[in-house]
Design a protein around this ligand. Sequence first.
Ligand SMILES: O=C[C@H](O)[C@H](O)COP(=O)(O)O
Ligand SMILES: C=C(OP(=O)(O)O)C(=O)O
Length: 362
Amino acid sequence: MTTPLRAGTADLRVTELSPLPAPDALLADLPVSPSGRAAVERGRSEVAAVLDGLDDRLLVVVGPCSIHDVTAGLEYADRLASLAGTLRDDLLVVMRTYFEKPRTTVGWKGLVNDPHLDGSHDIATGIATARRFLLEVGERGLPCATEFLEPITPQYLADLVSWGAIGARTAESQIHRQLVSGLSMPVGFKNGTDGDLQVAVDGCSAAAAPQSFLGIDPSGRAALVSTAGNPDTHLVLRGGRTGPNHGPEHVAAASTRMGAAGLNPRVLVDASHANSGKDHRRQAEVARSLAGQVASGSTALAGVMLESFLVEGAQPLDVTEPTSVLTYGQSVTDACMSWDTTVDVLTTLAAASRERSGRRQG
Ligand SMILES: O=C[C@H](O)[C@H](O)COP(=O)(O)O
Ligand SMILES: C=C(OP(=O)(O)O)C(=O)O
């Protein structure tokens, strides 16, 4: 069912308006169980404790660049839940469950926007599929991480998320900063695609402040949203057009800059994106060099982000060719490390975290 378009001077380039179910209706259809809610709450407080240096484990945000196939995503979640349990004394593992992709120009915008991967943009199904996926991952005891892109999506999904990101392409956006000021979980701002840190530093400051802005309420009505500000914002270094920024000198400089602005000086480093040139082999090398920084005692480094799936690399997705066969467990967006490499990298990061804890205690 679509809404008739207005005649006159507005909507001349709008081709269709289709109402979506209200957030409350979706939450009533797909409620969180008591154990799922406990997993979200535990995830949020553990992430905040790591970021505040109260828990000396290393935070690892790891998983596919995007979820495009729920079956493969849940197979990955099963494997990750088991590995996270083995490494839990040294690593706090949060799974990347990314459903909204910001594109440099155009391309598939993720499972929420186009769940059938065919350009049909069945967003109602996309939001429900993403919510079901988050519920399933939560039942496995794994906290979930996601990037918030559309300002309306959090009303449908945010109650199931333990760590949020504002990406490099939106860190400077007032809309996203306002949104973060009302989110209930710790949120990392990425540096800009050009490598500029200041947009992310400013993003953290703006999101820490109370804000008033336009949004929707749980019944889907347009609403004035007033927020208290988010005290758990932090910086994520992801490299930029000028080069990578994962080295110890970059981490130290970024930490100093955050501290000078009165913000959390402990940072995350994304081993992928411009820190790896989107090359999954290089990503594993960067992750191992970050393990070296942790092992040598760097307290500025609170966590690491990794893009990983069952099968290494990436495959092209052509939404105009819906019949084309995709390789199971391989990314359709950025190249990911294979599962075997992920096990090796997480084991190395766990050993580094253990060594850092030993240094602190010794
Ligand atoms: O994380 C994924 C991508 O880096 C991001 O969505 C941009 O992708 P694009 O440059 O291929 O559009
Ligand atoms: C899009 C992403 O990263 P960035 O904003 O750093 O490009 C991502 O992590 O999926």
